[in-house]
Design a binder for this molecule. Structure first.
Ligand code: PMP
Length: 387
């Protein structure tokens, strides 16, 4: 009773309907089983297994020693904003630096979505998108884009989904959880629909852009005329293996960037000064290591896809980017994943967490040994599970 009372006092109505993230739930369960002494192979987390490059760590140490220990401007240091602007062919005033791509996304949604506004989200989608919209009082409008359409939104689907309440279309290429990449032609098709709806903006989450195994196209490269209503979201977390440093950025029209800065100014202020110095070094540094790592991910991808497709009952398409595969699961994906973890200690995430049941997500940002062990156990488990 006491718990209920305090729960009622603490949680705001706008949190109703939010559930603990399935990825967090799985990770916690995996950690719990490990603590019990169980041998768990986690293939559930979207985090590079590589370390942050040494030269980035060196730059952070130099920055800390030389006084980069104070508040920075809310929007980020001018050095980092300028480097990001150069990266995207824009001006520093069109850039905001936040604590990860995630904060850029939540700031942007918080800064723009009014109660009842609709945000169109093609499914499968990264788990946080829909809940961010809900917290802001908006309505996530989920559009199913199954494997038969390469997990990508089609122009006619977009056309029939848009209403006068539509505020944003939220795109993610390369995609988490499918690795799908939109081609320039596919983006152009969507842009053509958007031209008929001038009040709708596009948030294009391109955090995995540097982890592409085929030609990557930014949404804006395909539709430069929509720059005044497009926010590009990216950062150093994935490609530079810097998830813990918490640096992401948004690039967009100055009025939108200003609104994001206003939200950030009243919440976290500027992000970590030392991390910003590190991200600057990353952007300005040699990228050979990135290419090398990308090649390693690509080899792992091929290996993982082949091993999964060899399991009768599983079909796995080849992802074009990021470090996930999203195979079909012929069983209830939630039950299957829970049982898989419980019985053979392999953690993967059910497709329902991404708005698409009937699949599961496996991250290949793990060592070959872990991937082999995890998929072999899965194959054995799968055989028994079918009987
Ligand atoms: N967008 C997508 C599609 C992601 O997968 C992630 C991380 N899982 C993020 C954004 C957040 O990135 P960051 O760690 O920079 O906040």
């Amino acid at each position: 009773m006491e718990d209920f009372e305090s729960h009622r006092i603490i949680r705001a109505d706008r949190l109703n309907g939010l559930e603990l993230s399935e990825i967090v739930r799985i990770s916690e369960k995996a950690a719990y089983l490990r603590k019990q002494g169980k041998d768990v192979v986690a293939l559930s987390t979207g985090e590079p297994d590589f370390p942050t490059p040494d030269f980035v760590i060196d730059a952070a140490m130099v920055a800390a020693r030389s006084g980069a220990t104070r508040y920075t401007p809310t929007a980020g240091t001018i050095e980092l904003r300028s480097a990001v602007a150069a990266e995207h062919g824009r001006q520093p005033g069109e850039v905001v630096i936040s604590s990860g791509a995630k904060q850029v996304l939540s700031n942007a949604i918080f800064a723009t979505v009014n109660p009842g506004d609709e945000v169109v989200i093609p499914a499968p989608f990264w788990t946080s998108y829909a809940d961010m919209v809900r917290i802001a009082g908006g309505v996530p409008v989920i559009v199913k884009c199954g494997v038969e359409q390469g997990f990508k939104l089609r122009p006619e689907q977009l056309q029939s989904t848009l209403t006068e309440r539509s505020k944003w279309l939220l795109l993610n290429s390369p995609s988490n959880p499918t690795g799908a990449i939109y081609s320039a032609k596919e983006f152009s098709g969507l842009a053509e629909v958007l031209r008929g709806h001038p009040a709708i903006g596009v948030i294009s989450d391109e955090i995995y852009a540097h982890l592409s195994y085929k030609q990557f196209t930014s949404f804006l490269a395909a539709a430069p005329d929509l720059a005044d209503r497009t926010l590009i979201v990216s950062g150093v977390s994935k490609a530079w293996a810097m998830t813990g440093w918490r640096i992401g950025w948004g690039v967009g029209p100055t009025n939108l960037i200003k609104a994001i800065i206003d939200v950030q100014g009243q919440s976290t202020s500027g992000t970590c000064s030392i991390s910003q110095a590190a991200a600057l070094a990353a952007l300005e540094g040699d990228r050979t290591l990135l290419t090398k790592r990308c090649d390693i991910y690509c080899k792992r991808r091929d290996h993982v896809v082949a091993k999964l497709n060899a399991i009768p009952g599983i079909t796995c398409t080849v992802p074009d980017g990021a470090f996930y595969v999203f195979p079909t699961c012929p069983f209830d994906d939630g039950e299957f994943c829970a049982q898989l973890l419980e019985d053979v200690g392999v953690a993967v995430v059910p497709g329902r967490a991404f708005g698409m049941p009937g699949h599961f997500r496996l991250s290949f940002a793990y060592s070959d040994a872990n991937l082999d062990a995890g998929i072999s156990r899965m194959a054995r488990f799968f055989e028994g599970y079918q009987k």
